[in-house]
Design a protein around this ligand. Sequence first.
Ligand code: HEC
Length: 109
Amino acid sequence: MKKLFFASFLLMAIWSCTKKATPAKSETAPSTNTATTNTETKTVVSADLIAEGKTTYESKCGRCHALHAPDEFSAEKWVPYVDAMAIKAKLTDTEKANVLAYVQANAKK
Ligand code: HEC
């Protein structure tokens, strides 16, 4: 009899413990509005550079001589030409890079 009482007391104790263990309230979710999604993608679209290079090429490289067709030279051959002509045409570093991108994209294979 005493044993049974003790056993039931133990059961009660365990039961009340497990009851307390269950969370009484749902956790308050921290506000997540600090997480900003960065939509600004910094992709350098090479097609844009090539298009810009074409514009620069056509406006600045045909002043002293007829425009050379990009496929007149191979991509490697264009490097020293653009290097030398960028000085003559007074191209900025960006313009020079774009012109090179343009002629190389259309260079002789
Ligand atoms: C200020 C005048 C001038 C401008 C602007 C100019 N060129 Fe020239 N270019 C020349 C002269 C002069 C030559 C020939 C003599 C020499 O090679 O320096 C030449 C030669 C070339 C040749 C060599 C052709 C061959 O068959 O050997 C290429 C290619 C060329 N230019 C491309 C360009 C490009 C690309 C640009 C624009 C970035 C440009 N040029 C702008 C004056 C100019």
